[in-house]
Design a protein around this ligand. Structure first.
Ligand SMILES: [Zn+2]
Length: 261
């Protein structure tokens, strides 16, 4: 079950990147979460894409779940709920806590009645991730985390604890106490955003905190894609060989992360 294990969630952007992540997960026989930003979601043929992910993963002998990452738009969230996505992130993190709670509850009631899980965020994770640009992070307070968990029925909880999207400009100052506090007051799975650029040592430390169950990786995969493009352009022969070089680069980055579990 999605809300029992411990998973990496990789942001993919098309059918090929999804295939590379599924191949990586299958190579070590571990289930995986694939996620799309709101922009990528809109660029994909949603129903066809979710069918592809499910059937390709089944063919490879694993389970792959689809999450709509960081979505602030009700209509897009509802569309994903009805298009085969397994979970959606209702991102009300930029709103005052009361409005974040209301938005989350509205999404929870819609999604749960259709068998779809919901992630939400307290505090706001800074950095740049495609269409999400946050200059200043708002570290969550313990009071807000407790209130949010008490007044919503989310399935996955993300908290801004000093983590960031995109590349870290400096060594991040992570508030591990906030992660530990959150997992001590709830059994809801904790989500680590901004996993890219965190050292294996930090990721392993987070993985060992009981209750940390989903770790998001986006930028690292895009950098692997870029390395693949560069390699492929140097040894150009046929499109199929270029595709394979890019595929293998994404795949090995994915495997390296998943082996930390
Ligand atoms: Zn995020």
């Amino acid at each position: 079950m999605l809300n029992n294990g411990q998973y990496f969630a990789f942001n993919i952007w098309d059918f090929e990147s999804a295939r590379a992540v599924i191949d990586a997960a299958a190579s070590i026989q571990h289930d995986v979460i694939l996620q799309t930003s709101t922009g990528i979601y809109k660029a994909l043929p949603a129903g066809v894409f979710s069918n592809f992910v499910k059937s390709y993963a089944a063919n490879q002998g694993i389970h792959a779940w689809l999450n709509l990452d960081h979505c602030k738009e009700r209509e897009t969230i509802f569309h994903a709920v009805n298009s085969g996505w397994d979970m959606v992130m209702a991102d009300g993190s930029s709103l005052p806590i009361q409005q974040n709670i209301d938005f989350t509850n509205e999404v929870v009631s819609y999604a749960h009645s259709r068998g779809v899980l919901v992630e939400a965020e307290v505090g706001q994770v800074k950095g740049i991730e495609e269409d999400i640009i946050v200059r200043q992070d708002t570290i969550a307070s313990k009071e807000e985390i407790a209130e949010f968990l008490h007044r919503t029925d989310v399935d996955f909880i993300a908290v801004a604890f000093g983590n960031a999207h995109g590349e870290y400009q400096a060594e991040p100052k992570l508030h591990y106490d906030l992660v530990e506090y959150t997992t001590s007051i709830t059994d809801k799975p904790f989500v680590v955003h901004g996993g890219s650029g965190l050292s294996d040592e930090i990721l392993t430390k987070l993985i060992h905190i009981p209750g940390v169950r989903k770790l998001n990786i986006s930028t690292d995969l895009k950098m692997a894609y870029q390395r693949g493009i560069e390699k492929a352009s140097k040894s150009w022969s046929q499109p199929i060989s270029a595709s394979k070089i890019i595929h293998d680069e994404i795949m090995s980055e994915t495997v390296a992360k998943m082996k930390l579990l």
